[in-house]
Design a protein around this ligand. Sequence first.
Ligand code: SF4
Ligand code: SF4
Length: 739
Amino acid sequence: MGIRFFSTKDRPFHMGPYPLERLKRTSSMPDLNQVPASKQLDFHDLDTPHSLVNAMGEYQAMMDAIRDGAVNPTPATAPSDPQERSNHMKAFGYFQDTSMIGVCTLPRSALLVEPTRNSDIDRLANDIRTKQTKTLTSGIDQIMAALKESIEAPLEAIDHHTHAIVLLVEHHRDPKAHEPGSEWIMGTQDHRAALRGTETAVILAEYLHLLGFSARAHTSSSSDVDMNQLAVAAGLASVEKGRLFAPYIGEGFGLAVVTTNFEMAVDEPLAPWIDQPNSPAWWVGKGTSKSALNRDPYAKRRYVDGAHPFEKLKRVDTPTTYIDEERVARVPKRTDMFARAQFGDLGKKQQEAASGGWYARKSAHSFSQRRVLGAFVLLQDGESAAPAQRPTEAERNAENVKAASYFLGVDAVGISRCPDWTWYSHDATGTPIDPPHNNAISMIIDQGYETMEGASGDDWIAVAQSMRAYLRFSLLGGIIAKQIRNLGYKAKAHSVMDGEVLQPPLLLLSGLGEVSRIGEVILNPLLGPRLKSGAVTTDMPLAHDKPIDFGLQNFCESCNKCARECPSGAITAGPKRMFNGYEIWKSDSVKCTTYRITTEGGAMCGRCMKTCPWNLEGIFKEKPFRWAAMNMPKAAPILAKLDDTLGNGGVNDAKKWWWDLELKEDGGYKEPAAPINRRDLDPDLDLKFEDQTLAVYPANLAPWPYPYPFPMDREAGIQAYRDMISADEYKARLARGET
Ligand code: SF4
Ligand code: SF4
């Protein structure tokens, strides 16, 4: 995000990162016929086979294929106030990281006589008709069936649509030809912006379908409307010297649109640029997260380095927690707790809650994201091309991977070996895995600071916070995997729905974080624990990064805020122990999973991430915290205490933008029956390790690899917890030949 001098804690989220409210507007609509027509974008660059555009094409086509969908016949009890509706849809778009959003009525002049259609959809439809998935995720079969149906369904006219939501995605700096890692991304700005706008437009359209409204996404490659006209009508751009120009940004941006019959308050068009005020507040960033100083995180940084100063972190040869690589016990994919819940291993209540992916379907926000996420499962892996020459320089390949990932929008990237012990032993079908790739590209997606501020961590937005990040990885990680396959190597993106590697150890090896008290959550010093990860495995030669040490082990030993704030009591208040060959603070994953899928006052949970002192806004005033936490080990208990005293991790109502709606038995999204989880901090709770009863399920208690029930033995799990030993004791026993 770059430098920021002012907090934006009081700015309502729907107002977005730019001060659009300060712009001068006009009540008279400009002549839209004078707006330069939008042009269709082609996602093939045959002259440059290594261009990232060629890898984006399949994903763009998949999203274009599902830009419309079935309307829920049971309407939601959504607010009817047009302004509230407009604010809500904008906030959802900003949650998805759109730069600017405007709403307008749909002028008839913007309807294209000849709609554009992505010609790759037909080829894609042929490909996926025969594709099978290897996922344990419940409900994916229904998504796939609906997906195949909707790809083939003809689109109706949108004459009944009355409104348009216009999404603008800004460009960052143009990559320079001699910049390390720029080989794949040169000349791909328009495609990147189109792709990211499409992601959001498809989600918003599906969200409106779920609420019971007609809606369709329009993109740079498939559209029924002239998007440039709508950008002017919705007050996002003006025509200056015959070209489209967006305030604060200029000419470098892409557009996507959602048309709908969902009535909303509209924005007025912009006055010409010459009449716009020159605001000093914009230059210093008063009141907004974006300013002239920080607008482009890559203005003074190389894409290969990312937006955050990761290069300043201390690198070490081995992770800060012990891993007995030779004895790590590989377990089957079937050990995934969500899969276990769905097969009934955790009990009937959990099985019902997990069945059909109910925990994601019960929130309309997350279910709208899940449709796209499901579609991407079909693209995660595939055949490799056979180019005349493959790129063989490990250093150069790593630079290209990193620069492309950051350019697309990944928040942190690290590269490591991918040892056999990081792979599951069996895949989702129960077939043994013979690790096919030796390198891993780990990626982190930030779950978003502002929405986390507005949330309690376990309310009605929690599941969409996770789903947004999982989806972003599936899209961007999937494109990187496809790019590597286009260059002649094997590569697979391991997403939340279909993955065959354990991500925490890969994150450690690639220097993206350290083990935290939260348990399986690896904490990044610049993004905190507020993240989701994914990995791309490959046989492409790649230079590796090293693990990092930023003092977290000491900090977590002096702090147990996440354990105190966990609503299910799943996080240990005790010391680290050895589990399956790893030294970690082992949490009770059954307690956590049970709470996440069965909580009635919300959907899912990430309260541990929300309340951790490392969940920072990233503004200037918080740099001292980070510096002290990293450089002054003795300050850790004081900093942890100070964080509590300041009330950090509480709920900020100014940032609550989502509607609390729950899926009912009649199929409609309505007011939840149970009181909503909006809990505040509990600093007076003195949680003691001795009072906790936790259970763990090491490899000897793992289920069989097959997709059939395997009930858990909680008593054995409790005993297994008591039997765990410290890393020192473990090493001593190894030395004595006892393990
Ligand atoms: Fe929620 Fe699980 Fe974290 Fe506890 S450990 S706060 S239940 S996500
Ligand atoms: Fe570590 Fe405290 Fe964050 Fe928990 S809340 S992960 S103990 S720093």
